[in-house]
Design a protein around this ligand. Structure first.
Ligand SMILES: Cc1cc2nc3c(=O)[nH]c(=O)nc-3n(C[C@H](O)[C@H](O)[C@H](O)COP(=O)(O)O)c2cc1C
Length: 355
């Protein structure tokens, strides 16, 4: 009995420490979200990236836990014309679900018709509206982020598309056209009023393109203004960045783009950190090699040898970034003519003793 006192005291202290630690360090930071009936347990999304987020890369990211993946933006005009190349951009495998197909354009009716085509023929889980692309070829035609200069047009597009389909419609916006025209809050309010089910904010202006820093405070402003789920995007490179964005903005989920190239396991790391407070050790060379060859084989399955090689080059360079001999390897990869050559180079690079 005499010894029970200190034990109880020690246990009590231990318990207090556990509660304190959980509250401050490992309180799960990811709550499930609901996108118009679509339940997402850990809302960590892969950003749409033209030329990057194709079937093989999306599959890699899914295998590491990406909750929702998106196709790159696809032209609504190309869809209604049933252009083969455009339609191919939208194809996906069942394993990639839940998946969103992202569309862009200027004309509400064309966007609505393209959404109907998608719903009938491809049946994705989400149709996402692109109001963020800053590329001159796109904005000159009044599409992408040019629509942020005309919020009546933005509203009209959302209205037409939401009413045309029964699948959830989401939207991805920038903060505005330039620093004098930050419209994210107003745009988000109008999108919500038209029945959009989720909004992603990349808080850079069109003029900024990808320069400078994303202004996360704008994500926080939008969060306060709407009731549908809000996904924050921009400049997340590490699990700690992800945590900081959620803490600073109150966003309901996050979307990661560039940092996932050559690092699809970032999804696993972010989810583990946000749900359990655990930072997995950095991937070793064998683990990187395994993902590299898995991705390379998916390229082979999906494309012709040459096309697979060309599309894989930036990914290959990203996988080996920072490793011994990476600069020379990158040079060799860039000169290679197809995916088989990249395979041979990579076998020597990752297993120098065996060859
Ligand atoms: C090469 C590249 C292509 C992109 N293509 C698209 C696109 O098709 N649709 C879109 O909404 N955003 C696109 N983006 C923007 C990203 O989705 C994301 O908003 C941006 O990169 C910021 O996030 P990050 O800092 O995590 O990369 C692209 C970005 C890059 C770098």
């Amino acid at each position: 009995m005499l010894e029970a006192g200190p034990d109880i005291f020690r246990d009590f202290l231990h318990l207090m420490f556990v509660f304190w630690y959980r509250k401050h360090y490992i309180a799960p930071m990811l709550e499930p979200i609901n996108i118009d009936g679509l339940e997402i347990k850990y809302p960590v999304f892969l950003a749409p990236m033209a030329g990057v987020t194709d079937k093989p890369f999306r599959t890699m990211c899914k295998s590491f836990g990406a909750a929702v993946v998106f196709t790159e933006f696809v032209s609504s005009e190309g869809i209604v014309r049933e252009n083969d190349k455009t339609i191919n951009y939208m194809r996906f495998n069942e394993i990639e679900r839940p998946i969103g197909i992202q569309i862009f354009g200027h004309d509400p009716e064309t966007l609505a018709r393209s959404a109907q085509y998608i719903e009938e023929n491809l049946k994705p889980d989400i149709i996402d509206l692109n109001f963020g692309c800053p590329v001159p070829k796109v904005v000159k035609r009044g599409a992408g982020s040019a629509i942020l200069k005309d919020l009546d047009q933005l509203e009209k597009i959302a209205k037409w598309v939401v009413r045309a389909v029964s699948v959830p419609v989401t939207a991805k916006i920038r903060s505005g056209w330039d620093n004098g025209g930050i419209v994210a809050v107003e745009a988000a309010r109008r999108l919500e009023a038209q029945g959009v089910s989720l909004i992603t904010v990349h808080p850079r202006t069109t003029k900024q393109r990808y320069t400078g820093e994303a202004d996360w405070s704008i994500i926080g402003d939008v969060k306060k203004a709407i009731n549908i789920p809000l996904i924050g995007n921009g400049d997340i490179h590490t699990p700690q960045d992800a945590k900081r964005m959620i803490e600073e903005t109150g966003c309901d989920g996050i979307m990661i783009g560039r940092a996932t190239m050559g690092k699809p396991w970032l999804f696993r790391d972010v989810i583990q950190f946000l749900t359990k407070g655990i930072l997995p050790p950095a991937e070793n060379k064998d683990q990187i090699s395994q993902s590299f060859f898995e991705h390379l084989n998916l390229q082979k399955e999906n494309y012709s040898l040459m096309y697979a090689g060309n599309l894989f080059k930036p990914h290959a360079a990203a996988y080996i970034r920072g490793m011994d001999g990476a600069a020379h390897m990158r040079f060799e990869i860039n000169r290679s003519k197809d995916i088989d050559q990249i395979n041979e180079l990579a076998e020597k690079f990752f297993n120098p003793k065996i060859i």
